[in-house]
Structure formats: C-alpha cells, structure tokens
Ligand binder design. Sequence first.
Ligand code: NI
Length: 205
Amino acid sequence: MRSLSWALSLIMAVGMGLLILSWYGDELQIQNTLEGQGNVQIGGPFSLTDHTGKPVTEADFTDKPLAIYFGYTFCPDVCPTTLSEMTLWTEELGEDANKLRFVFVTVDPERDDQESLADYVGAFFDDLIGLRGTREQTDAIIKLYKVYAKRVDDGSGDGDYVMDHTASVFLMDKGGDFKGTIAYGEAHDSAVAKLRRLIAGTETL
Ligand code: NI
C-alpha cells in the first residue's frame, strides 16, 4: 500500500509539473526567443499620448531605464496580475523605484480611451504611466517591440472580444536599448533583482 500511494503521489507531482510547464511554456518561449538573440532589435522611435493627454515620444523616456508592458484595461487576468506584481516590485524597490519608469501601453485603443486608461493605471500605483495611440501608432510600437497582440471574439455572440497578447515586461536601459524581460509569473525576487541590475546599468540582466 505504501509504495502504491508513493507512486500515486509521484504521478500527481509529475502531472502538476507538466501542467505548470505548459502554462508558462508560451511565455518562456517568447522570453527565450528574445534573449537568445544577442543583437535582437527591440524598441525604437514611437509617438503616443500618455494618460494625462500629453503627446510623448521615445525621447521622453531616455533619462531613466524603462519597464514597459503591453496589455488592455478589459483584460480579465494577465494584465491585472502583472500590474499587481509590478506594484509589489515598486514597493520593494522603495525610493529606488523612482530611478525607473513603469509604462503600460494599451494594445486596445478602440476601447481604452484616455479616461479609462487614466483610471486603470491610477488603480495600481501613482507613477505608472499609461500610453495609447491611434490604431496606426499602436501597431507601430507593437511591431517595434515584437509584441504579439490579436483581437479574438469572446464567443458571447454580442461582438465583445478579448485581446491575446504578449505578457512579458520589457526592460530597456536609459539609452533605449533592450536588456531583457520579466516573464509572466516570474518569481518576485527574480523580477526585483533584474530591476535592481537595470537601475545599476549592469550589462547582463
Ligand atoms: Ni492582458
């Protein structure tokens, strides 16, 4: 009996492991693709509007390193989870959080108007910057950051939709060069350690 229950526990543990692996598999693949290519070109010039209505370009973000994330305010799970974790990172960094900028770019500007974007970023932490653009401006930055974002009918039959989208946080140095990512669901300590290295200007995150 004992060896049978031991075997069952082992099978369950392996099963759980496989489930978790498949869950994070997509994100890891994105991360490996991004980080496996030493000279991968991520980022570049953009023109958007922030959540206060101020027009901005990449030039407004070159005096501090950047943690930039793409999502949408109607997102049921991945965005609120990531932005909640981001909030905890800023709390852990304390004063040092001011040495970075945290940016949320909507991939769904049709629904995320300036007011809803402002409400949304304000619900997480004060210094979180929301950015949006026209569809063309949005498509341009999505392309520059090699982000996947696709509108998918939610199946309700009333025209509502969700957005499948890349869930990694992109880390850029203050020169605007891509340094690495924080994966969806990455451990808190690992994420904060990367942000500290980004602040310190460490070559490899
Ligand atoms: Ni999302």
